[in-house]
Design a protein around this ligand. Structure first.
Ligand code: NAP
Length: 354
């Protein structure tokens, strides 16, 4: 477990190293907003060199609350809301990314993204429901839309010399069954939330590895299970009512305090994933931050491989054995091609049916 004081010193070193440009998809609530706040706190407390942050979500009021809190904590920072209509639509993702690129390019030579967090979508345990683009809503918010954001913002990420970091907050380590011939899980006999989660976790690892191979040593990609973090997401009216009942009246009263990660700690831990411990392949620079310990183990089982699947404590939780059940190179290509096909079809206004 990465200790909390190490997390805080990594964050102090991060903000002292250079001005930061950070983008938070899903930053209007929950873990995205806690991470944004952690960044504002680190900037203010540790003499940061400046921050430019973009927060993406649907609700302007929620955005205003978190942005005004951050402006109070860190008046010298620039905090900006970019409103999304619906990030479960790939075209909705493209629209928001185009807006961020346009805003950032106004910075001229300085345009870049150093840290990209993806935490959009909180409603789980829903039955399969396709978007008008033909992708299951849950799988889109938690996987497809996130990979699309990375691809669209990649040119700006590659301009960072942090080196850049992408953090997708979801369910790393929860690989179970994989149906390679039905990656979209269109067969309703197979579809349930746990099965969809398993597919999304495999696909996170494999798609991120494909991106790493294409941009070797230039970007660090992380997906992480954040632990239980009690935020407003658990009151989301989109959640099934049985889940909200069990959660509110049974789980939280009985286990809430024992099992949860405090919101402030969660935000600080997510921000610390920008440290050299999770560097791109061959890209660690421990001179910037000597307190964070050695390189984390990557998804190929070796230290510092550039793609990391992590537990909430910042340690590798990749299920290596799950990936031994198939030819990993072939499966990586299959997942990559499937995902790129989904993007090609939907970007042209078509309906994805694969
Ligand atoms: N919290 C936990 O204990 C926990 C545990 C394990 C895994 N996770 C995973 O971690 C991620 C973040 O969790 P969280 O608790 O921070 O979730 P959350 O509080 O529900 O926040 C989700 C964010 O996504 C945005 N969002 C949701 N649907 C959207 C849509 N259709 N279009 C645009 N934006 C949308 C919300 O913004 P608006 O409301 O402004 O639209 C909000 O900012 C989720 O994927 C969750 O499954 C969380």
């Amino acid at each position: 477990m990465v200790k909390l004081d190490v997390v805080h010193s990594a964050n102090a070193a991060l903000v002292q190293s250079q001005p930061l440009v950070a983008v938070f998809f899903g930053g209007t609530g929950g873990i995205g907003s806690y991470t944004l706040r952690a960044l504002a706190n680190a900037e203010a407390k540790s003499g940061g060199k400046g921050v430019r942050a973009y927060v993406v979500g649907r609700k302007p009021q929620a955005a205003e609350e978190i942005l005004s809190a951050c402006r109070k904590i860190c008046p010298q920072g620039q905090f900006r809301f970019v409103q999304a209509d619906d990030l479960s639509l790939i075209q909705g993702v493209d629209k928001v990314c185009a807006e961020i690129i346009e805003l950032e390019e106004k910075e001229g030579q300085d345009a870049r993204i150093d840290y990209l967090m993806l935490s959009q979508g909180g409603a789980i345990f829903l039955p399969r429901k396709d978007t008008k683009e033909g992708i299951d809503v849950t799988m889109s918010l938690l996987y497809y839309s996130r990979m699309r954001v990375i691809l669209r913002l990649l040119p700006l990420l590659l301009k960072s010399n942090l080196p850049p970091r992408v953090v997708s907050v979801y369910a790393a380590g929860m690989e179970e069954k994989l149906f390679p011939d039905d990656l979209s899980l269109r067969d309703l006999k197979r579809y349930n939330y746990n099965q969809a989660r398993s597919h999304m976790v495999y696909m996170h690892t494999l798609f991120m590895e494909a991106l790493e191979q294409q941009n070797a040593g230039k970007i660090g990609l992380v997906h992480i299970f954040p632990g239980l973090v009690l935020g407003p997401g658990f009151q989301n009216p989109e959640l099934p009512s049985w889940f909200r009942f069990i959660w509110r009246f049974i789980f939280v009263p009985l286990f809430g305090k024992m099992l949860t990660v405090p919101t402030e700690e969660s935000g600080a831990r997510m921000l610390s994933l920008a440290s050299p411990r999770y560097a791109p392949k061959g890209g660690a620079d421990f001179k910037k931050d000597e307190g964070i310990g050695g390189l984390a183990t990557g998804t190929d089982g070796t230290p510092g491989s550039g793609v990391y699947a992590l537990s909430w404590e910042g340690e590798s939780n990749i299920k290596l054995k799950a990936y031994e059940k198939f030819n990993k190179d072939e499966m990586r290509k299959k997942v990559y091609d499937h995902t790129m096909n989904a993007f090609e079809v939907t970007a042209q206004g078509g309906v994805f049916t694969e």
